[in-house]
Design a protein around this ligand. Structure first.
Ligand code: GLA
Length: 728
């Protein structure tokens, strides 16, 4: 039983296999937080509510209500009533004041998990997840707020969201609606987050919590290259395998905030939700607002355990695509091979050569439509450019299929080029503030997909192309951030809804696509990895990780991404050298070994690379087929990180039944006189023997995990090797 209620104590206990979360109701009816951490056998006592330490509880001493408010650990704090920490809900009434106060009204415990209207959300059967709804009201505002907690026992995950309903007669304005809050004592926490830039996404950063607020956020309309909707608070001793971790991750693809605040009492408040910057939602009588879902997990086994819980959770309970556990075809994408300069013949040449080397799908990237020979025109004009595809798209697709490859195609459906037929016809379809020239980025504007007719147009363009030929894969790109936030269709007091309405529009469009084309393999992308988030995983089982395909840069990017996402979701390709972004030369073998930790494919002109490199492709493809299932379903362990303190990088994927494990070792910089390249494996069967494939060497699991395995055979920078250990 995941969720229990103790009537006498007025406390809820939410249990997963290894964690417990306790909520209590105070005398006044505030919904307070009592405990989150290691699993407890018993219900915690009421002392966990910390009421004794707040002698001035309102029911005892109204005179000191504000002091109480600023101390009491709340489940869902509201603004305007004396809790000076970050609030989760700010409501402005029609008289213009911001204040709300929530009191427990009732609760329901149910099997399974409800869908969140219009939003991506995790799911599970009745035997996998239980949901607690705590219904609270603000009697003055006539506002009802339902706090949802869904408990996924096996994965040690609790998801949270809030449903806000206007039950009154007055118009209300939601100026802030976060999804989750966690109040705890500070245990010298450090905050882990993922930060970066274009071509340098999701690098791991970690720093001690100081007094005040530390946050990561996006106000760019997407989850962004720069910051990521994830934070974890960790105790100072936390490593991959030791220490405590409290993590929150957001199932959302737009503006977010994730924040930790250390208070004057040395408490910590951790929040996550839609960024309140430029957000204001008008809530008319009878209407409701559903916040997106936050995913929480606690680990007392370090960051590695957190990663594995999240990996399992996303694989089992968020990704819906039929490709979730299906082998994805090895693709070759023509972007870095040709950029905009291609035609039917060129694509067929690539396809022909690709087929010879075992590649299974050709993806035609940007430049096949309108008059798009560069990045400055034609977005929105989704008609085939027959100067390039001389015999038309269906014929090209058929020819590629006759060669024995599947066919994939690139779109950027949310965009409109200034130089396009679409813009000339519908300039008001671009997001813009009336009377102001909107800013361009990559010479393009963003379509106002909060509008139904705009969504209908863009969806129909994509669908028409997909109906015209047997296309197996779509890369859905989004190459600029939002600015000049204004919609021609929203009333003045609802303009603050546009950012969120945009994201809802995007979700609706992707839902339509996967509904009409259920077998389609969809890969999301945003100028590389600016929209790599759990929201998009609900629609596409894989997301392009970064435009930087350099194997060494990818180590950090993929390490940060794999901290919270399964390897099967990370779009990773082998590209040409010198690398187009950093101009680094790396061995072809290493490029392959690094890409194997993702979805695996190629992004180069296969007709032009050296014979020596081309000769390695078939072998790499074979490795992909051999290790695919392990990489997709196994447990991921980060063994060493060159961004941390090693001159090398190393990760392992172990089968869940410990029958075999694959270790990837990349020597970033060769060092002289280094005898200690000893790596300790994880997740093996201690009592069993493991043979290193390709050798006669046999080690016990215990030895490999406790004493380690010696890397002896690598010389030179950027060299790498795979080691496959098989249980005897
Ligand atoms: C983005 C993508 C690239 C490529 C280009 C095309 O940058 O990340 O992979 O598709 O757009 O314009």
């Amino acid at each position: 039983m995941g969720i229990q209620y103790d009537e006498q104590k007025r406390m809820f206990k939410l249990d997963t296999e290894n964690t417990t979360y306790i909520i209590g109701i105070s005398e006044e009816g505030y919904v307070g937080h009592a405990y989150y951490g290691k699993r407890l056998g018993q219900f915690g006592g009421r002392y966990l509510m910390r009421m004794e330490e707040a002698p001035y509880t309102p029911s005892v001493n109204r005179r000191e209500k504000n002091s109480f408010m600023d101390f009491f650990p709340m489940e869902y704090p509201t603004g305007g009533i004396g809790d000076y920490r970050e609030s989760c809900l700010n409501v402005r009434n029609s008289a213009g004041s911001v204040a709300s106060e929530l009191f427990y009204e009732s609760h329901v415990i149910e099997e399974g998990k409800p869908e969140l209207l219009g939003l991506p959300a995790s799911f599970g059967d009745a035997d996998e997840v239980q949901t607690l709804r705590v219904v609270c009201t603000d009697p003055i505002l006539d506002l009802r707020v339902t706090l949802l907690y869904s408990v996924f026992e096996k994965e040690d995950v609790i998801t949270r969201s809030a449903l806000v309903e206007n039950k009154g007669e007055e118009k209300l304005y939601l100026e802030k609606v976060y999804s989750a809050n966690l109040d705890m004592e500070n245990r010298e926490f450090e905050m882990v987050s993922l930060c970066g830039s274009w071509a340098r996404e999701r690098h791991i950063q970690r720093a001690g919590l100081h007094y005040g607020k530390q946050s990561v956020s996006s106000a760019k309309g997407e989850s962004s290259h720069q910051e990521h909707p994830f934070i974890a608070l960790v105790t100072p001793e936390t490593t991959q395998s030791t220490g405590e971790v409290y993590a929150m991750h957001f199932v959302y693809s737009g503006n977010f905030i994730a924040q930790a605040e250390r208070t004057h009492f040395d408490f910590v408040r951790m929040v996550m939700g839609i960024n309140a910057e430029e957000f204001c939602w008008r809530l008319l009588p009878g209407e409701c607002f559903q916040s997106p879902e936050a995913v929480m997990t606690y680990s007392d086994g370090g960051l590695g355990k957190m990663s594995r819980s999240l990996h399992d959770f996303y694989r089992e309970h968020l990704i819906r695509s039929p490709y979730k556990y299906k082998k994805r075809p090895v693709l070759i994408n023509n972007w870095e091979a040709t950029y905009f300069d291609f035609d039917t013949q060129k694509l067929l040449d690539i396809a022909r050569e690709a087929k010879k080397n075992g590649i299974e799908m050709l993806v035609m990237d940007d430049g096949w439509f309108g008059k798009r020979d560069w990045d400055d025109s034609s977005l929105g004009d989704w008609t085939v450019n027959e100067k390039k595809l001389t015999s038309g798209l269906p014929d090209l697709v058929n020819q590629v299929r006759e060669l024995g490859l599947e066919f994939g195609i690139w779109f950027e459906p949310e965009m409109i080029s200034r130089d396009s037929e679409l813009y000339r016809e519908h300039p008001d379809w671009a997001i813009q503030v009336a009377g102001r020239e909107p800013g361009q980025s990559r010479a393009q504007y963003v379509l106002d997909i909060s509008r139904k007719e705009v969504r209908d147009y863009a969806c129909e363009c994509v669908a028409k192309i997909l109906r015209s030929a047997p296309i197996s894969y779509v890369k859905w790109d989004m190459n600029r951030q939002l600015s000049d936030i204004g919609s021609a269709c929203l009333p003045a007091d609802a303009q603050g809804e546009l950012f969120h309405r945009y994201v809802l529009g995007l979700y609706e469009m992707q839902e339509r696509l996967v509904t009409e084309f259920p077998d389609l393999l969809l890969e999301n992308c945003s100028g590389g990895g600016a929209r790599f988030d759990p929201g998009m995983l609900y629609y596409s089982p894989q997301i392009w990780c970064s435009d930087d395909t350099d194997a060494i840069e990818r180590l950090r990017i993929q390490e940060g991404t794999a901290l919270i996402y399964p390897l099967s979701t990370m779009g990773a390709h082998v590209s040409d050298c010198p690398n187009h972004i950093v101009e680094r030369n790396t061995p072809f073998e290493t490029r392959g070994n690094v890409a194997l930790a993702g979805t695996f494919g190629y992004e180069l002109d296969i007709t032009k690379i050296s014979e020596e490199e081309r000769a390695q492709i078939a072998g790499q493809v074979e490795l992909y087929h051999k290790y695919y299932e392990l990489i997709q379903t196994g447990d991921y362990y980060r063994i060493a990180s060159w961004s941390d303190r090693y001159p090398w990088d190393c990760w392992e994927v172990a089968a869940k039944d410990a029958s075999h494990a694959l270790v990837t070792f990349v020597q970033v910089l060769a060092q002289p006189n280094m005898h200690n390249k000893n790596i300790r494996l994880c997740g093996l069967d201690a009592g069993a023997g493991y043979r290193l494939e390709g050798t006669e060497e046999v080690y016990t699991g215990e030895e490999l995990m406790a004493c380690g395995f010696l890397i002896r055979d690598l010389k030179g920078d950027f060299r790498s090797k795979l080691y496959h250990f098989i249980r005897e």
